[in-house]
Design a protein around this ligand. Structure first.
Ligand SMILES: [Fe+2]
Length: 267
């Protein structure tokens, strides 16, 4: 509850599930299907009243129709409406085919009371680093022009440097244009992203920003070169309060040993 006594909207973020066409395939030694299932089981135990689920990209590792269909099957068990976005491993056409009408794919937006959730596509197909095509920034501008009281903006790639050399080469290349657009409006209360497979919180000017652990393999914060971390997968919850403030936290799967191949130097 906030000072007005109104309930906040509860939004969940999951990211980078990297599913394959086969549910037995592994990424860096870890079965991505099994770890996603564990994170979603945790969500279903802990989040009985969530309003919206955000899947912030790299849903699939191989862009296969089968991987998106299985992701949908998992998500539908939660019974929470969801918004999806593309990551650098995803392909728009099979995503659209798999997801049906109940969910929406970026660029898209959803209203929750005084809040507007805006999902952008920062991925160019078959390119690892982030980049906003012109129509994504136009969409962002048009959505913000609608002047909801509060906005949460979501993308796959990081729009700021994290202090990790190899990952910072992959950040959104035209992030200045993104931040310039946000600076033209005063209702943006937060930015969330995926891609970095680690928990991060920071600020760009007055705008707070957060990332989320992957539902599979984690990357070590601050690493100069590609380095896998041993932390558990997890999800982020965000409470969007009617007065515009956001409270948020990360929950990770507990009491599990995740077998990851720490010798791998890239993915
Ligand atoms: Fe990823």
């Amino acid at each position: 509850m906030d000072s007005t006594g109104a309930r906040p909207y509860r939004v969940l973020q999951i990211s980078d599930s990297h599913l394959f066409a086969s549910k037995d395939s592994k990424l860096l030694g870890l079965n991505t299907e099994a770890s996603l299932a564990l994170v979603l089981e945790k969500i279903s135990r802990e989040q009985s009243a969530a309003d919206l689920l955000l899947a912030t990209g790299d849903i699939s590792q191989d862009g296969s129709a089968a991987s998106y269909r299985r992701f949908l099957t998992h998500i539908d068990k939660l019974g929470i409406p969801s918004l999806w976005m593309q990551g650098n491993h995803d392909l728009t056409a099979p995503m659209q085919l798999a997801m049906g009408d109940l969910h929406a794919l970026s660029p898209c937006s959803r209203r929750l009371g005084a809040w507007q959730i805006i999902m952008l596509n920062s991925a160019i197909e078959y390119q690892v680093s982030g980049e906003f095509a012109a129509e994504q920034l136009t969409f962002l501008d048009h959505m913000l022009m609608q002047k909801a009281d509060h906005a949460l903006v979501c993308l796959h790639h990081h729009p700021v440097k994290l202090g990790s050399r190899w990952l910072d080469h992959q950040m959104v290349s035209n992030a200045e244009a993104f931040w310039r657009c946000l600076a033209s409006y005063d209702q943006v209360r937060g930015v969330v992203f995926g891609h970095v497979h680690q928990e991060f919180s920071g600020r760009h000017g007055s705008v707070p920003l957060w990332s989320v652990p992957s539902t599979c393999v984690q990357f070590a914060p601050g690493s100069h070169d590609f380095t896998v971390d041993t932390q558990a997968p997890g999800y982020r919850w965000l409470d969007l309060h009617p007065d515009g403030h956001i409270t948020t936290g990360v929950e990770r799967v507990e009491n599990m040993i995740f077998e990851v191949d720490l010798s791998v130097r890239g993915y």
